[in-house]
Design a protein around this ligand. Sequence first.
Ligand code: HEC
Length: 261
Amino acid sequence: MIRNLIAAVFAATLSLMVWTGGAAASEGADLPKQEWTFNGIFGQFDRAQLKRGFQVYKEVCATCHSVRQLFYRNLTEIGFTADQVKNIAAEAEVAAGPNEDGETHKDGELIKRPAKPFDRIVKPYANDLAARAANNGALPPDLSLIVKARKGGADYLHALLIGFKDAPEGVKLQEGMTYNAYFPGNQIAMSAPISEDGVEYTDGTKATVDQIARDITVFLAWAAEPELEERKRLGLKVLIFLIVFTGMLYAVKRRVWAKLH
Ligand code: HEC
């Protein structure tokens, strides 16, 4: 009897797992659904892929897009060593802040220092005005939370990045716009950022457009929800606890009622 009950609880849990996994993938009606390692109840990020994704961000997207929610030190969470993070940070410069004389500028120039692990990842433009000026008036959005901010999440981002096509017959593009099959309205002020072999992966992975799009998508999915693995682990513990607890309750119930029957 107990065995039946446990089996029933287990089956219910399993179907719940399948259901939640499916729900995550079915958002965004017309988007091709992708398999992501972080989907489903056992979902996890692939560390090697996260590092490749960061390489793509750094070498391609960082020219125009910031990721202001991330600090350099966060990169240790995706598998970079503390020393590697120090070196990555030191490649960028930040305002040094006032010196002993209270000056932030010298000869009209901002006083700078190399970035440190505790700094936010340095943004490409000083402000939105400068960002628009460099991009035909369009503002490249911050990418830290973009996977959460768009319907379809990771599926959308991946589709957007591989969705640059020639405009179909009869579609007139506005000045400076590019056709994209998945961008709402199909005209986007970003030209295709990814090309075949657009990056040279340090781990030797072949850099196809699809691979690069996948890797940067996974990196940005992590950026938007770095605690995803922790959340899923906790969820699993809670489920196991509930299964065991249900079994125990049932055993207790049998004992209590045994005398009364
Ligand atoms: C040369 C500058 C430039 C580069 C490089 C660039 N982008 Fe963009 N990006 C833009 C601009 C400008 C926009 C705003 C487009 C608009 O609003 O029409 C944009 C918009 C976006 C959006 C928002 C789409 C939406 O649904 O609103 C995403 C996501 C994005 N870029 C991702 C990336 C990724 C990922 C990379 C790196 C692989 C990248 N971009 C590289 C300039 C750039």
